[in-house]
Design a protein around this ligand. Sequence first.
Ligand SMILES: *Cc1c(COP(=O)(O)O)cnc(C)c1O
Length: 380
Amino acid sequence: MASASIARSETGDPLLLTPGPLTTSKAVKEAMVHDWGSRDAAFIAINRAVLEGLPKIIHGEAEFVTVPMQGSGTFAVEAMLTTFVPRSGKVLVLVNGAYGLRAKKILDVAGRANVVHETAEDTPPDLAEIEQILAADPAVTHVFAVHCETTSGIRNPVEAIAALVARLGRRLLIDAMSAFGALPLDSREVAFDAVAASSNKCIQGVPGLGFVLARKTALEETKGNATTLVLDLHDQHQAISKTGQYRFTPPIHVIVAFHEALKEFLAEGGVAGRGERYADNARILIDGMRALGFETLLPEARQAPIIVTFHMPKDPAFVFQRFYDALKDRGYVIYPGKLTVADSFRIGCIGDLHAKDMKAFVGVVAEVLKDMGVGLKSAA
Ligand SMILES: *Cc1c(COP(=O)(O)O)cnc(C)c1O
């Protein structure tokens, strides 16, 4: 083991096979090695380019605006829910993992009425049941859905959910945090009022900026809805569109790095190019791990190419902490499971990771299993 090579990113760091923050390019990190004043014209121009570029990713440049929100992705989700849902509103929350549950908690804290449709972590929401709930409860104004529920890696059918929600005359709010930029979401075909995402997932920036792409006509109706000052997207949008500046200190370095990350994203071919690389990564990972005897939680049809959940092998020689530590020693950081349906662990396919990294990773997993005395092919 001592002679084996250790995987490293361009900047000599372990590779993060996690759902974010994730491995970023050297150029993205180098973009931050400067100082800018928040009123600096150069920074204001970079900020504007970022805000104007993001709606194009959902083909929404005519109908949508970007409202950024300082903080991690959850800040953007909380801002979206508490700005778009009026105090008299009620939300149907679709839950099949931790992020759906978090949205419910946000609504509870904010005093917004809500009802939950929950399915198991490996099961998409039931459209017929959503229809029944909406038909029976006219008080429900909004539906909240998670595009890729990162808890398991399941791809939820946002297109079908959106069609149903629109048919029943309600508004859709989407948490697309771990899918944005990799899974297509076309606002010309999928009806929603707002979608939340962040700098440090599939766009491959560094953490610190959330954002909400808001339908202009819907955002205009949200004045006075907010129940916090900081997370008020209507107010944030007013200030930025009038002055080009944030109301409160912006995460300048994060925004400049995000600008660089967006350039790399476009150079790779946008959603199509990035989605394809991640799909390749996921394919290599899943095929390789299955050949070693591991089993995925999800069937192919439900698996997003973002993060893959594997069942914990039953062989008593497999001790997850040893497996994790041995992979870390070889330069790969993986992710523990967070599931109730199965004892599991997760491996991410996103970030500055390429086919060669995934192939090398699978090779190292085989070596680690051997070192642990876990029988290949009988691992699961
Ligand atoms: C990462 C993620 C978030 C935000 O998490 P933060 O830790 O606040 O950045 C929200 N929803 C989903 C689906 C995510 O994957």
